[in-house]
Ligand binder design. Structure first.
Ligand SMILES: [Zn+2]
Length: 57
């Protein structure tokens, strides 16, 4: 998926997140992409774990 363009906004709006089930994936940060992620993954980039922010938590 790296390097892919978002089908909703046409940009590389993805950020890396770890889902509740432990799966790592790239989630969209645009509104329509987030809605799609919530439908498909049950989470969007604001609710899934950010492995890069662990030190801040
Ligand atoms: Zn997008």
């Amino acid at each position: 998926m790296a390097g892919a363009y978002c089908q909703f906004c046409g940009h590389r709006c993805f950020v890396y997140r770890v889902l509740a089930d432990g799966r790592g994936c790239h989630l969209a940060t645009c509104l329509r992409g987030m809605a799609h992620d919530r439908k498909v993954c049950g989470q969007d980039h604001t609710t899934a774990r950010n492995p890069h922010a662990e030190a801040d938590q």
